[in-house]
Ligand binder design. Sequence first.
Ligand code: G16
Length: 544
Amino acid sequence: MNITTVDTTPFSDQRPGTSGLRKTVSVFRTTHYLENFVQAILNALPPGERESLVIGGDGRYYNRQAIQIIIRIALASGCRRLLVGQHGFLSTPAASLMIRKYGLDGGIILSASHNPGGPSGDFGIKFNTANGGPAPEQVTDRIHRIAGELKQYRIADIPDVSLEQTGTREFGTARVEVIDPVADYADLMEKLFDMDRIRALFASGRFRLVFDAMHAITGPYAREVLVRRLGAPDNTVMNGTPLQDFGGGHPDPNLVHARELVALMQAADAPDMGAASDGDGDRNMILGRDFFVTPSDSLAIMAANAHLLPGYSNGIAGIARSMPTSMAADRVARQLGVDCYETPTGWKFFGNLLDAGRITLCGEESFGTGSDHVREKDGLWAVLFWLNLVAARKQSVAEIVLGHWQAYGRNYYSRHDYENVELEKAQDLVGRLQAVLAGLPGRRLAGLQVKTADEYSYTDPVDGSYTEHQGTRIIFEDGSRIIVRMSGTGTQGATLRFYYEKFEPGNGVLENDAQTQLAPLFSVAQDLTRLGEITGRHAPDVVT
Ligand code: G16
């Protein structure tokens, strides 16, 4: 195997965000751009800890070309075992599983998650470490530093490795194994859930599920698990063929982007349950008939009911949620007598807690829930969890949620996104908000008394690492919260996220519309941040 050393110039913008490096396809296709970043990842790993990797992605445009480049650079850097998903496919949770199951040093996952794909869409690279989880900040900071100084990369001179069939190719002492991306994952799901019970639910003919794979990676996984192993009818999976541009759609499972599914679930003859996953298969949305389960409620309900499922029948060790996620899970944790941790946005912050056995379940408002079965959030897992709940409780999705609110109270919740805001304006808004924080405690706003107002920072309870500037919080005496932060996953300008939450006890008004219930908080946030004046925006682009 010939290896060529190529002279290059560093790129200063190769800083991984909330979830890896995300840029437009055209940026990734800039000469040496991808090569540099992959070399920086490998250089950031100590020799001896970069010998075996899994590689795969969500099937988006440029996936296959990128995989060939990564194989060449990994082999040139001394990797001896590369596992590559057939057709270049691997969902993010399946990649996490492969790393853990086969004891690999890490994985390179090619995805820009829910961002649109295609030649003018987005591309991305995430690096996961040996625990199967997203690289922690110390590692991503190292990658960024190395990328900013890189002068050379090494690349092996080998032909393209065919990804069409499973099988092994040898290059000197190194092996490239093209593997089935689905089978191991489907086997693990069988161990966690009561497959017989779910099978009986489908066989009864009285229950209908529609799963929207949004032309992204979960199509093949959903067909294998839901249709082949659980006996659901073929038409259960819609948009099940992964396409390079996701069929022109935006593979983000929320009420705005999963329009087709939402319309189905609102029709007179709606199925009993609807669900969707995103580009790389780690997000999920759960719907009942004309009923939306917020991701925050979903986490709380999973925690309250986990003991009903085989994989969690011994109870859960604890729960974690990202700071902007509603505090519904905290109430369940208190009832169960387990800890509930609050972490910054980003799945990487759950890794230490999971590895230390402090938590079993974790979740985020951004349509992510997961457990200690892998080190990523897991879309199809969440759907199976809910299917198992419906089968075990013999209740509809809406009945389960309403029963939960009656028992624990309801945390009314909504997130408003303002996308593609000019960066300077977004920074100005956040800066001005921070400047008034100190004067807020004790003030009454919209009839609510401010308790605390601060910028969120986090000290990891396991390794003591410290992370700051993780969002601005205004917390009221009754537990209501307004949170403002800038997204770390967008690729155009800045995305401002406003999160709103208000608690209503179990004997209160439980079935009101969240937007109506939260409206007084919207006005408070708009006044405090001078949103309209600074950004010219008067309505959010996406409401979830
Ligand atoms: C990623 C991260 C999540 C995070 C989400 C939104 O999800 O893995 O932990 O909550 O982005 O982050 P932000 O608010 O900074 O845009 P995904 O599914 O895009 O990988």
